[in-house]
Design a protein around this ligand. Structure first.
Ligand SMILES: [Zn+2]
Length: 263
């Protein structure tokens, strides 16, 4: 039995494209009031169906994101318009899995469009893999006035069975976690061997293909460390050159048309 990887559609976020492509719309002398681009973003999770374990990669937004669960200013900026139609258990069911099938969770980072389904694993012994730097920064941000507003304690402040990742680490044979700091301090990506496919999970290192291919960063508000972001990008590109892998970006809607299954 080979590994297969399934991309699970977890809904759409609507937001200004300037967040994703830094300076995508700017005023110039001859056009001082340009029209902003209000764009649509894909939220996805992965099920990594490995012979030794079934792994859930990220948990999406909380299903009540639009019903007052997310702080209003955050929903105004990043409107997850259909979160209520995308409960994690329902979306897994549609893909042929159930919450009970999940042996381990990897949380690429703890922003609220990635950690909103962790509550399903509260009080269980399902290990939740997270980078050390991420967990520290998430608590620092959510529990003080410092840090980033994109961390929301009710997402992750549960009785979770955390498994702390300190650097790169093999999760399973053919599934390697990569520390890709930049977007956040502890962002995790992965290199996954699935049958004849190699998949590089860049995730929120590159929201859209343009971030990856043109090396055009996200806006400063979505970059914890610009320099680290650039170095992580070079690292993923080097791995792509070595392996000819498919690269999976964090929020690119075009991915649904391209490929949703590996292996
Ligand atoms: Zn994200």
């Amino acid at each position: 039995m080979d590994t297969t990887v399934h991309l699970i559609d977890r809904g759409r976020i609507h937001a200004d494209a300037n967040f994703v492509l830094d300076g995508s719309t700017v005023a110039v002398a001859s056009a001082q009031n340009p029209e902003l681009e209000y764009a649509e973003f894909l939220v996805w999770n992965l099920v990594i169906d490995h012979p030794e374990a079934t792994v859930l990669w990220d948990t999406g937004s909380h299903h009540a994101a639009g019903d007052g669960y997310w702080p209003a200013p955050l929903f105004e900026a990043f409107a997850h318009v259909d979160a209520d139609e995308h409960r994690l258990d329902d979306d897994l069911e549609r893909a042929g899995y159930s919450l009970g099938d999940i042996d381990a969770v990897v949380t690429s980072h703890l922003h609220l469009d990635h950690a909103g389904g962790l509550h399903h694993f509260a009080g269980t012994d399902v290990p939740v893999y997270v980078h050390e730097e991420e967990l520290k920064f998430a608590y620092y941000s959510a529990k003080t006035e410092e840090g980033s507003v994109a961390y929301f304690a009710p997402d992750f402040d549960h009785g979770l069975h955390w498994e702390i990742v300190h650097g790169d680490r093999q999760l399973l044979p053919g599934v390697d976690l990569l520390h890709l700091p930049g977007h956040t301090p502890g962002l995790l990506g992965a290199r996954i061997e699935a049958g004849d496919d190699t998949l590089l999970v860049a995730g929120d290192e590159a929201y859209w293909r343009e971030n990856y291919e043109n090396e055009q960063s996200m806006a400063a508000s979505l970059l914890y460390d610009n320099r680290a972001w650039f170095e992580s990008l070079q690292r993923v590109k080097e791995l792509e050159r070595e392996s000819g892998a498919d690269v999976l970006c964090g929020h690119d809607l075009r991915q649904l048309e391209e490929k949703t299954r590996w292996g």
